[in-house]
Design a protein around this ligand. Sequence first.
Ligand code: FAD
Length: 320
Amino acid sequence: MAKKVLVLGETREGALRNVSFEAIAAAKKISGGGEVVAVLIGDTVAEFGAELVAYGADRVITVEHPHLKSYTSDGYGQAFMAVVEQEKPEGLVFGHTSVGKDLAPKIASKLQAGLISDVTDIEGEGDDAVFIRPIFSGKAFEKVKLKGGLTFITVRSNNIAPLEREERSGDVSSLSVDITNLRTIIKNVVRKSTEGVDLSEAKVIVAGGRGVKSTEGFEPLQELANLLGGAVGASRGACDADYCDYSLQIGQTGKVVTPDLYIAAGISGAIQHMAGMSNSKVIVAINKDPEANIFKVADYGIVGDLFEVIPMLTEEFKKI
Ligand code: FAD
């Protein structure tokens, strides 16, 4: 049966997040030839509608309200539920982002629906779709098939390829929702100044551990990351030692990432770190200890001093 599937389109700092396009591609599979409707929530978001259409949304619905400028589960919950009531979808797809992880369970409980979270791949289409998701901190994958009811999933960034961007036609309409009785209204957001690529969506990550030894020790890693158009990440060891900010932490209690290339420098490979990066497509480990655990998951291992190896890699990449 062809389904109507709603997708949450996410914006951040005035731009659409890539995971929105990946979610549209997932929704296309679930819809089995039905309709994919993207939902944009914010204070002024209509300008992003055409881009979601170009990535495959058949239609876009915007909900704009001054109280929706920043994410709150109450505000977004009310806005999204109003679209659900109007559209009566058979499927829902969110990114497995901090917004998706917060909002999806709330919506699922309101709809009394099941939720398949953190999906990394989909086999088949429509009613035959089988969802693949990591379990046991990424050590195994399970395949989940629904018996019926609403299909509600969140998709992990960088796993499901978006559709080709092309000129497509699709209606962008707005839905007026009275956002009331908010328990939280965010007046102002003060961000830590972060440079460059968003870690959770980066295609290349150069991560440092306690072996980096200092804040200054991260500079060669940053240089290599900049050269490759990537982001710098860290182990908790490096964060605990105050070499870098906790926003860079990757692992069980940090961010879960799946870049095309993960370079781990001076990281021993504790199980809690590997829970956040072991599904990266290519892993390069640099460690002076040949017995380091990180080599067990590495596609390429370099036994050596990161302060020699990283600058050598940077020089070689500069030649390409
Ligand atoms: P270390 O284990 O100290 O390793 C440093 C490595 O650097 C060593 O292998 C050493 O050989 C190498 N090295 C040193 N100098 C050089 C050099 N010059 N060149 C090359 N290599 C060098 N950790 C996380 O990362 N993320 C998490 O989310 C996380 N969550 C946790 C949750 C819980 C409940 C607990 C208990 C722990 C968690 N941890 C997490 C901590 C984790 O167990 C490890 O302590 C941590 O990952 C170790 O960080 P590290 O590899 O940087 O440091």
